[in-house]
Design a protein around this ligand. Sequence first.
Ligand code: EPS
Length: 386
Amino acid sequence: MLRYLTAGESHGPSLTAIVDGLPAGLPLTSEYIDEQLARRQGGYGRGGRMKIERDRVKITSGVRGGLTMGSPVTLVVENRDWENWRRVMAPGPEADLAARAVSRPRPGHADLTGSMKYGHRDMRNVLERSSARETAARVAAGSVARRLLEELGVIIVGTVVQIGGVKARATELPAGELAAAARKSEVYCADDLASEEMIREIERARTAGDTLGGIFEIKVFGLPPGLGSYTQRDRTLDGRLAGALMSIQAIKGVEVGAGFAAAARRGSEVHDEIFYAPQKGFYRKTNNAGGIEGGMSNGEVLLVRAAMKPIPTLYRPLRSVDIETKEPFEASVERSDTCAVPAACVVGEAVTAWELAAAMLEKFGGDTMREIAERVRLYREYLMGI
Ligand code: EPS
C-alpha cells in the first residue's frame, strides 16, 4: 500500500514528507524532485515569500545510489524564512509567543474556525499549518509518484486554462507539445495569447490590491484501462482524484471530462461511442468522460480540472472581528501572492500523480519496479488479445 504523510509549519525549520510502500529499484534523484519544486515556486503572480525561498529536497532515507530500496523515503524541504522566525517558532520555552501573535482572523482562511476547534487563542498556531506552504511537501511526495508513473509509460501534463475571467482556448496537443507550450508560459498556459492576457489581468489585480483565482487542467497520457473500480465507493478513481484535488488549499471545485457542462447536454451528446481497430483495440473518438467510466480509467486521456478561489490574503482590507477585543477591524497584510493558480497546477499534478501511482500499484503491485513493469506489459498484451 502506497501512503504518505506531510509535516511542518510554514515558518518552521522544514517541511517533511514520508513516502511508504514504494517498490525497490525506482530511479530517483533529488534533482528530479527539485525541478518540480521549482515549478511550484514559479508562475507569474507570486509574492515576497517566494523571493526568500529556494526549495530543494534532501532525501534522508529510502534511496541509495539513485535507486529506491523499498524502505520508507523521507523528503525534507527546508524553509529559508525560518532564520527570520526562529525566535517566534522555537519548540521550547524560549519561544517568543507574543512577538507575532495573531488575534485577528482573516476572512477566507482557516484562522477563526481552526482556533475554535483546537482551542488556540493565538491563531498563528492555526495559520502556520493551514498555509499553502505545506504543498511543497506534497509536491515532493507527488514527484516520487510521478517518477514511478514515467517508468510505466504514464505522463502527466498540467496547464492553467483560466485566470480570473481570462480563458485559454481548448487544445488537443499531444503530451510533449502540450508540456512544451505550458513551459514557455509564465502562467503555465498552453495558449500564448491567453497567457499574455492572464499576465495583464494579474497586474491589474495587483495594482488594485486584489487577488485572482482560476482553473487548471490535468491531462494524463498512457494510462491503462481498469485503474480504480466500480465495486466499492472508496475504490472509484474519480472519487479518489476529486478528493485529492479538493484537499489542495483554496480549491473549490473539481470536474472530470466535460464535467459541469455535461449537465446541460443531452445524453446522446455526452457519451463517448465505442470503436474497435485491430492495431489499437477498443477506443473512443470523443472523450467527454475524461478517461473515466464507472470509476475506472478507460484507456483514454484522463482529464480533470480544478477551480481555485482567489487567495484570501489581500491588500484591500476585508472586515473581520478581533477575537480578544471582539472589536471590528479591517484585515490587512504585509505580503501576499496575487495569484497562485500556476503553483496550484503543479500541486494538482502532484496529487493526481499520487492517486494514479497508488492505483497502479494496487493493480500491478510488486516489491520491485521490474516485477511491476512486467505485469503492466503483460496486461497491455492481454488487452490487445481480447
Ligand atoms: C500563504 C501565504 C504566503 C505564501 C505561502 C502561502 O506565505 P507568507 O505568509 O510566509 O508570506 O507565500 O506560500 C508559500 C510559502 C509557498 O511556498 O507556496 C498562505 O497563507 O497559504
